[in-house]
Design a protein around this ligand. Structure first.
Ligand code: ATR
Length: 280
């Protein structure tokens, strides 16, 4: 039996076992994906244990993504850029650290907006945390020309823009959240990567008045699936993209690495995920 896990703390609510379990069943693969609860001090020992037990690899979630990067001897470009890994693949030659977050957003945006819609355009990205890094990489890969990075604490947006300026082709322009009103009319896409709008975190209360009606609004938050930001965007007639597409697509490379089959993201999978989210 092929085995993989998702390591984190807390990890009880991780949807990875459900996602991978759905595909294991669909493709008739003898395998399992288990939750591996590990507090920060337990990460290294837990990784050693599951390697000994023959696991193919693990998905990594909060708070271990930086530790996962550190434990890996080989990194892909996305992990290097993010300084964090959300996928560890165990091989004969050691541990490879990868980051698939950007692939999830890249595929989700492409699926919803088409191949070249954002090429050469300006995007306003909200947030400057770990999720913003992967999002910047995805936007860069989609050919976006200019990205305004707006964050509650402006200094963090500046640090991020500075850190990635030479690694990406897109022009990165940091600023405070307050500059949204002045920039809204330029945006071909508004993308929220902050945790604002997640269950228990207050929403940003962004006025969408200046945003062109043709510009879609994307939120990487998936719980709730329809955030307040997406609700007000829909009410104003904008196309919206929720965080579930990204979540499902980022799991594709992990599943392929663990179980040897490249799975498809389907409406059936989306329905199963929505059912699970509704039950939590
Ligand atoms: P992640 O890895 O999920 O991005 P993070 O590194 O903790 O998590 O970053 C969270 C992001 O959400 C940050 O951009 C944070 O803004 P600050 O850097 O100014 O703290 C943003 N954020 C969280 N709650 C917010 C709120 N209530 N209003 C505005 N921004 C918020």
């Amino acid at each position: 039996m092929k085995r993989a896990g998702v390591i984190g703390w807390p990890v009880t609510h991780s949807l990875s076992p459900l996602l991978h379990g759905y595909w294991l069943k669909q493709y008739g693969i003898d395998g399992e994906m288990v939750r591996l609860p590990a507090q920060p001090g337990e990460f290294t020992a837990e990784i050693a244990r599951v390697r000994r037990e023959g696991f193919a690899g693990v998905n990594v979630t909060v708070p271990h993504k930086q530790a996962a990067f550190a434990i890996a001897g080989i990194h892909d470009r996305a992990a290097e850029i993010c300084g964090a890994a959300n996928l560890l693949v165990f091989g004969k030659d050691g541990i490879t650290g990868r980051n698939t977050d950007h692939i999830g957003l890249f595929q989700s945006l492409r699926e919803n907006l088409g191949e070249d819609t954002l090429a050469g355009k300006t995007v306003v990205l909200l947030g400057a945390g770990g999720a913003a890094r992967g999002a910047l990489l995805a936007l860069d890969e989609l050919g976006v020309a200019q990205i305004h990075i707006l964050n509650r604490h402006q200094a963090r947006a500046e640090t991020l823009a500075h850190a990635l300026a030479l690694k990406l082709t897109a022009r990165l322009l940091p600023g405070p959240l307050e500059s949204w009103a002045a920039l809204a009319s330029q945006a071909a896409l508004l993308l929220n990567t902050t945790s604002a709008g997640m269950a228990d975190v207050p929403s940003l209360d962004l006025d969408l008045t200046g945003l062109p009606r043709s510009a879609p609004v994307c939120d990487i938050v998936y719980s709730p699936l329809e955030t307040e930001l997406l609700r007000s965007a829909t009410a104003r007639g904008h196309k919206t993209i929720d965080g579930l597409g990204m979540l499902m697509h980022q799991a594709v490379p992990s599943f392929e690495a663990f179980f040897g089959v490249r799975p498809s993201v389907t409406s059936g999978l989306r329905a199963a995920m929505i059912q699970a989210l509704d039950a939590t």
